[in-house]
Design a protein around this ligand. Structure first.
Ligand code: PMV
Length: 323
């Protein structure tokens, strides 16, 4: 039996498209910031008495589709460790209720750490990153803290994350604006597949990412939060342009997303530097220097309840306990 705690991450240069859907090999590199406020704690216990895997998340059994992704990772662990016992998986997400931020990144990173350790494997962080990738692409990066790059690679062995700056010593912060959605979202899995196969801009996106990876790594070296934020914002908009240009077209934005984008632009017009990014849902995350936090929060509470704002700082890498 083992327990692991992994933190979620938000991409500053996004992963949006697979080259190999089975192994989850991405079309492009990506780069993210691990956050200290949102995490998943998962315990895995292999038990020879069981006749199937039992998966419970936040005290509830998963639906068939989500359970299948967990069992897929357990099967890889069983084959690596030559175990054939089934497992009991218990997972708790530390995310505010109704956040729509339930993150597959922290979930599959924690599962990789707990399942491999419970099965007696002693994987390196690189190997853990590869295993987490098999559950969900973004989980590849949640093995590490701080600023993390996922090198796309060409196959299972070469597609893994590596830390760019695990102990971020400059005052970058991220404010998550939690926007509720009633509409069922298109999964990132099908959204990216549709973008790769139908957006006429997909090739341009690959060039954008190659350019942004170089530029953002330079900005990180310079500890230049404005440059990092500007690159992240442009990159996010270009990713979302792939959804609008797909056939059929779709978007993850809703009215509140646009309202928050406008507020960020307005803050910037008033001399407060902050930048936004969005993923496969309506929530907005704002990047800024710690010294501007109060002004940003004050402006946003004019238009949204304060309990929908969560400030995060750079978070740590995975922790694993062998019990
Ligand atoms: O790993 P997935 O399937 O949850 O996809 C993540 C996609 C984005 O969050 C939009 C971008 C990213 O790099 O995390």
């Amino acid at each position: 039996m083992a327990t692991a705690k992994a933190y979620t991450n938000i991409a500053l240069v996004k992963y949006w498209g697979k080259k190999d859907a089975k192994l989850i090999i991405p079309q492009t590199d990506s780069l993210s910031l691990t956050l200290n406020e949102f995490y998943t704690t998962t315990t895995v216990k292999f038990n020879s008495q069981l006749n199937h895997d039992i998966v419970k998340v936040d005290e509830r059994f998963l639906d068939k589709e989500d359970a299948a992704k967990v069992i897929h990772v357990l099967n890889i662990v069983r084959s690596l460790s030559k175990t054939n016992s089934f497992a009991e998986v218990t997972s708790i997400n530390n995310v505010p209720t109704a956040a729509g931020l339930a993150s597959s990144a922290s979930a599959f990173a924690a599962l990789a750490g707990a399942a491999s350790t419970a099965a007696g494997l002693h994987l390196s962080r690189r190997e853990l990153s590869r295993l987490a990738r098999r559950g969900s692409g973004s989980a590849t990066r949640s093995i590490y803290g701080g600023l993390v790059e996922w090198q796309k690679g060409t196959d299972d062995a070469s597609s893994f994350a590596k830390p760019i700056d695990e102990d971020v010593d400059f005052p970058i912060e991220m404010l998550a604006v939690l926007i509720n959605t009633k509409k069922k979202k298109i999964s990132s899995r099908s959204g990216m597949q549709l973008s790769v196969s139908t957006s006429p801009y997909y090739k341009a996106w690959q060039e954008v990412v190659a350019h942004d990876m170089v530029a953002i790594k330079r900005a990180i070296k310079e500890k230049d939060i404005n440059k990092i934020g500007h690159i992240a914002e442009e990159n996010a908009l270009r990713m979302h342009a792939l959804t609008l240009s797909a056939d059929p077209a779709f978007t993850y934005f809703n009215g509140e997303t646009l309202m928050i984008i406008n507020a960020v632009e307005d803050l910037r017009n008033h001399g407060i530097n902050c930048y936004y990014t969005m993923d496969a849902g309506p929530n907005v995350k704002i990047i800024y220097d710690h010294k501007d936090r109060d002004k940003i929060v004050t402006r946003l509470t004019d238009i949204i309840d304060s309990d929908r704002l969560v400030v995060s700082q750079p978070g740590p890498g995975i922790k694993i306990w062998n019990e």
